[in-house]
Design a protein around this ligand. Structure first.
Ligand code: ATP
Ligand code: MG
Length: 290
């Protein structure tokens, strides 16, 4: 009987409930595995006692990144961790978009402003987004018109004071028309896809809570979306070791899909929208545990 840990985090006021977790625990048990939901920072957890630890919903990690990455490294030494610690380390910092761009993958154009870099050169002729390089749930993300320069500078100052590196991107207008598509891969092939509406409304303060998945619905990916997603995945270091991946795409000015985010740490699978995917996830997890 394979022993599988589905790794999550402690509930808290800022933490969304992982609806995929109980579904997967139950389905793995029904398939004959021993499956536990385990807190990544739990002191009692015996990681070496599992055949496989699958990162499921460690949704507090972006504000404890150093601690989490150290844990992932330790965990990966005593059991098989999926995705592997080195993939997690690479993906935990959105500077990976620069690596993808260098590999020729179409991405949302991005500038990085680290603490100490100041706030010079914010766009003056188009709307833009400021967000952290290690974020989730649109935390600390906001959009600005050139008129709102001073507010953007205040956000940058606050982020820099808290040690965050900021990303500056053009506001991708296509998202208001065709939304954002999330293509989910599991066990090396497409699992399912979803689409959601735009998250950032004009004038919403960066520190306000956002609705993370407005209007989420199932989506059939286009050939162009599949092609970009596959190119992005091929550019991931240790790509052959991925158990799962989510590629988020938006349409650029040319109408072609661009990578907004590549989520290789703890993707929400939205299984309640895609109930037919549960067994395929279970099969891929069991195969990885062998
Ligand atoms: N350049 C952009 N143009 C338009 N909208 C953007 C842009 N960047 C971010 N957004 C909006 O903000 C949301 C959150 O941004 P992003 O996905 O990069 O960060 P995140 O915090 O990692 O999100 P999550 O983990 O919840 O997907 C996106 O889903 C999108 O709606
Ligand atoms: Mg996102």
């Amino acid at each position: 009987m394979p022993r599988i840990a589905l790794v999550t985090c402690r509930p808290g006021p800022e933490i969304a409930v992982d609806r995929d977790l109980p579904v997967l625990v139950r389905a793995l048990r029904e398939a004959g595995a021993e499956a536990d939901a385990v807190f990544w920072d739990g002191e009692q957890a015996d990681w070496g006692g599992y055949d496989l630890a699958v990162l499921r919903s460690t949704w507090d990690y972006s504000w404890r990144a150093a601690e989490f990455l150290e844990w992932a490294e330790r965990c990966g030494k005593v059991t098989r961790l999926a995705n592997p610690a080195e993939v997690v380390r690479w993906n935990a910092d959105k500077r990976y978009l620069g690596d993808l761009a260098e590999a020729g993958v179409p991405v949302v154009p991005t500038r990085y402003l680290a603490p100490g870099d100041g706030a010079d050169g914010l766009p003056v002729d188009h709307e833009y987004v400021v967000k952290p390089t290690s974020g989730a749930g649109a935390r600390f993300a906001a959009r600005y018109t050139p008129d709102e320069h001073d507010t953007a500078v205040r956000q940058l100052a606050r982020m820099h004071a808290e040690g965050f590196t900021a990303m500056v991107q053009p506001y991708v207008k296509g998202i208001d028309v065709s939304g954002e598509r999330a293509l989910q891969f599991y066990g090396g092939r497409l699992l399912h896809a979803s689409r959601k509406g735009a998250v950032l409304s004009p004038g919403t303060p960066y520190d306000e809570r956002k609705v993370a998945h407005p209007g989420l619905e199932p989506w059939t990916p286009t050939p162009a979306e599949l092609a970009v997603a596959e190119r992005a995945l091929a550019a991931v270091p240790h790509a052959s070791e991925l158990l799962y991946a989510r590629v988020d795409l938006v349409d650029g000015e040319d109408g072609q899909p661009r990578v907004m985010e590549l989520e290789l740490v703890e993707p929400n699978l939205f299984l309640s929208l895609h109930t037919g995917s549960v067994l395929r996830v279970v099969e891929a997890i069991l195969a990885a545990a062998e």
